[in-house]
Design a protein around this ligand. Structure first.
Ligand SMILES: C[S@@+](CC[C@H](N)C(=O)[O-])C[C@H]1O[C@@H](n2cnc3c(N)ncnc32)[C@H](O)[C@@H]1O
Length: 287
């Protein structure tokens, strides 16, 4: 078995099972519809995984999508690492020769290639399922905006919760991360949402010029993981017509939140939205 990618923890399997359950239900729900069904895996990996915390072998998202009983009309895989992209293509070639004609593997950055793939489809006649499964903060907010504008793509996004938390220091000195956070969340509202004025009077209040913060006002973090989760979901709701409230937090062995697994629908058709949300919520509510 190929082992060129190692990552994740126990939750990696939960994530993949949640995603695959949705994918199977999605293909059944759309089987008698005229739309062309498109699968996009923007952080595709190789199709096989060895988790870093216990030597567990798992089938990855790309292979799961290709093995589903019902089929997509097109499969787009994006993978930045050249060796992994080659391994992925070799897997498609040897294990799914009958699907090869409908598969494209792009080697490059997910944001760039996703923009290209989306631009090249006629979304009025297509329905898409997108998996965004990055290690960290690779997904730009502008990419999510492009996805939402298709009004045709359902997206599962493994939001990098711990990476965001690491960029939000308790002492309010977030300046060096600011651009990165804005790129991830799409605006600057998080500064007011996650920070408040430090209520403690110190020497800085008596000698404000000595403060090294730009506005001379010291801030402290005032946000717990639940508030951060709600904020992330509220940001997604600004661009997607529908976002599941049951996003799942994946935690590490010390119970710290690592990722937030979010589901968003870009269609504004009430029937399509209702069905997709019911399926996703049912899966997410099961522990
Ligand atoms: C968490 S793994 C994805 C695993 C995959 N979904 C699976 O189930 O097997 C993240 C993958 O994204 C790739 N990657 C990292 N940065 C990327 C980027 N900017 N664009 C595309 N792929 C990237 C990594 O090489 C890695 O294979």
């Amino acid at each position: 078995m190929a082992t060129s990618q190692k990552f994740g923890g126990n939750w990696t399997e939960d994530k993949l099972n949640i995603f695959t359950s949705y994918l199977d239900a999605y293909l059944i729900a759309l089987q008698n519809q005229e739309f062309k069904k498109i699968y996009i895996d923007a952080f595709a990996g190789t199709g096989e995984i060895e988790t870093s915390d216990g030597g567990q072998y798992l089938v990855g998202s790309a292979k799961r999508a290709l093995s589903a009983d019902k089929k997509f009309d097109r499969y787009f895989f994006i993978e930045k690492d050249e060796d992994k992209a080659a391994e992925l293509w070799a897997m498609v070639d040897s294990e799914f020769p009958e699907l090869k004609r409908s598969v494209s593997v792009y080697c490059g950055d997910a944001n760039e290639k996703l923009e290209q793939i989306i631009r090249e489809q006629e979304w009025r006649y297509n329905r898409g399922l997108l998996f965004l499964d990055p290690y960290a903060t690779q997904v730009n907010w502008t990419t999510l905006e492009t996805v939402a504008k298709t009004k045709s793509i359902d997206v599962w996004y493994l939001f990098p919760f711990s990476a965001l938390e690491r960029m939000l220091p308790k002492n309010g000195k977030y300046e060096k991360w600011e651009d990165n956070i804005n790129r991830l969340l799409g605006d600057t509202g998080w500064r007011e949402e996650f920070y408040k004025k430090d209520p403690q009077m110190t020497l800085f209040d008596l000698f404000p010029d000595a403060s090294d913060q730009n506005d001379g006002e010291r801030k402290v973090k005032d946000a717990n993981p639940d508030q951060i989760k709600e904020y992330i979901l509220s940001r997604l709701e600004t661009i997607f017509p529908c976002v599941s409230k049951h996003a799942r937090i994946f935690r590490n062995s010390r119970n710290s939140p690592m990722f937030l697994f979010c589901f968003a629908i870009s269609s504004d058709n009430p029937k399509a939205k209702g069905l997709a949300l019911r399926i996703a919520d049912n899966i997410l509510k099961k522990k």
